[in-house]
Ligand binder design. Structure first.
Ligand code: ZN
Length: 500
């Protein structure tokens, strides 16, 4: 690595330490912390993050970054040196364009907004959240103005979560996906309902926990560099490539919840554990964009762990864990039950066919909110109308409708599309993996996932944060993000399951 890039890395390393320390505190808050610890913890987190922000946006960083830029100007775009400088430049520009006063107002609005949102959801009164949502949206519009955009203010917001993707590109992809999904959902809805009653029996907590550990170990999650804990809203967090933690939740009357959330978070974690050790404490460490991250979790959760070959191996094991509940249930019945498609009101509980329809609703409303085409007061009606149109159901109240997600209460606008982008990319990657390894799924019938993991390590994980999603797909597969592979995968799988 060149001298100037080394100086830049040395300058930034303590900032990554501060961020990792904040991540430990945040993990602890969600996993261990007693209820009354919230206020002190918020102060501790605010101190660490503002220290990191101040150091990162300092003149010292600017000088070192400019010096490093002149040194890497003629180096290979994908090399470590040029990539480090490019990735830092992107964050530096974003963080320095936003005035500190705006960040402070956003933080205040988000903490008040969160409290109001929680109350509004509990009491099912959108009006309680409405003025806060107005303020949060106004602040996001202001943020977009500072970040800058050429076509749509939403471009600037989206770019924070999924760099190199524009609103117009997302609209085109989602439009194509919607055209394929809406009729598929209708065809499935016309079929006889699937029996999944046995999934609501009582499944022992400890046995569920043990089964998730077995799955994590088998897919390649390294427990010497990680651990699993419980959290009400499962997540993955990392403090270095050698300490990547997952969480799961266990519902005694719904064993599929723990199984798929553990494998989902395991997919995120495999990505982080696959980040090269040499990238630790640098800007290249970890997974790249939110969309790419979600592509990894979704691939393991859906394409792998909801597949029939996977359950050829694991269903007898699961039956041995739960003989009273499952011994009389056939593999076919079980497999169909965990792939049941049913239009529902709640995004996080949606199956893989209807899930993206929930995202379209949020994407369309967010765009209209930031341009002012949609008034905040009209959000509940606009929300309900779209649920009726796309899913054929209308929420009976706002708690089960537009108040269900936490994102807006934190001022996160532009985030939702990354979930669907992740789903699209997961299907593209899986199609590529199968093309290169036609017998891949036979490994699953033996509980063997090393070929898939090695392939992901080699094509995706080893790059760390070097490339945006469009760059990575272009470089590794000579392709762009596309809706067709997901549509093809869903159409094939569900035509077989539902005999369409
Ligand atoms: Zn995820």
């Amino acid at each position: 690595m060149s001298d100037k890039v080394t100086s830049l890395n040395q300058h930034l390393a303590p900032i990554f330490d501060l961020q990792a320390a904040a991540a430990v505190l945040s993990w602890d808050q969600q996993v261990n912390m007693p209820e009354q610890g919230t206020e002190a913890r918020s102060n501790q987190l605010a101190t660490l993050t503002s220290m990191a922000h101040e150091l990162f946006t300092s003149d010292e960083t600017r000088k070192l970054l400019e010096a490093a830029e002149s040194e890497v100007a003629n180096l290979d775009y994908g090399g470590d040196a040029a990539s480090t400088v490019r990735v830092i430049r992107r964050s530096f520009d974003k963080e320095t364009k936003i005035p500190t006063t705006l960040v402070e107002r956003e933080t205040r609005a988000a903490s008040q907004g969160f409290v109001a949102w929680r109350k509004a959801r509990e009491t099912d009164t959108f009006a309680t959240f409405e003025p806060h949502l107005q303020e949060l949206i106004d602040l996001q519009v202001e943020r977009a103005g500072h970040l800058g955009y050429t076509e749509h203010p939403y471009d600037a917001l989206l770019d924070q979560y999924e760099p190199d993707m524009t609103t117009a590109q997302v609209e085109a992809l989602f439009g194509e996906l919607k055209e394929g999904l809406v009729p598929l959902v209708r065809e499935i809805a016309a079929q006889p309902e699937v029996n999944d009653d046995f999934l609501s029996l009582t499944y022992d907590d400890q046995k569920q926990w043990d089964f998730t550990l077995l799955l994590l170990r088998d897919i390649g999650y390294d427990f010497k560099r990680g651990r699993q804990d419980r959290a009400p809203h499962p997540f993955t967090t990392e403090f270095s490539s050698a300490d990547v933690r997952v969480t799961t939740r266990i519902h005694p009357g719904a064993p599929q919840s723990a199984i798929f959330s553990s494998v989902h978070e395991g997919g995120h974690a495999l990505y982080e554990q696959g980040s090269p050790e040499a990238f630790d404490r640098t800007a290249l460490a970890g997974g790249a964009t939110l969309g790419l991250h979600e592509s990894q979790s979704r691939l393991w959760e859906n394409q792998v762990a909801r597949s029939l070959p996977f359950w050829y191996h694991y269903y007898p094991i699961l039956q041995a864990f739960f003989p009273d509940q499952l011994s009389s249930i056939s593999l076919t019945t079980f497999h169909h039950a965990i792939n049941k498609v049913q239009p529902s009101l709640i995004r996080v509980e949606a199956d893989e066919v209807t899930y993206n329809l929930h995202i379209f609703v949020r994407f369309e409303l967010e765009k209209a909110l930031v341009t002012g085409e949609l008034k905040v007061a009209d959000v509940p009606d606009a929300w309900n109308a779209r649920y009726e149109e796309y899913l054929g159901i209308t929420p009976p109240n706002d708690a089960l409708g537009c108040l269900q997600d936490i994102h807006w209460s934190h001022g996160m606008v532009g985030y939702f599309p990354t979930y669907t982008l992740g789903n699209l990319i997961s299907a593209q990657l899986y199609e590529q993996a199968l093309a290169g390894m036609p017998d891949l799924e036979e490994n699953y019938t033996q509980g063997e996932f090393e070929p898939l993991l090695s392939w992901l390590r080699d094509r995706i994980h080893k790059h760390g944060r070097k490339f945006t999603a469009p760059e990575l797909l272009e470089r590794e597969f000579n392709t762009q993000i596309s809706a067709q592979p997901l549509l093809t995968y869903l159409r094939k799988k569900y035509s077989e399951l539902y005999k369409l």
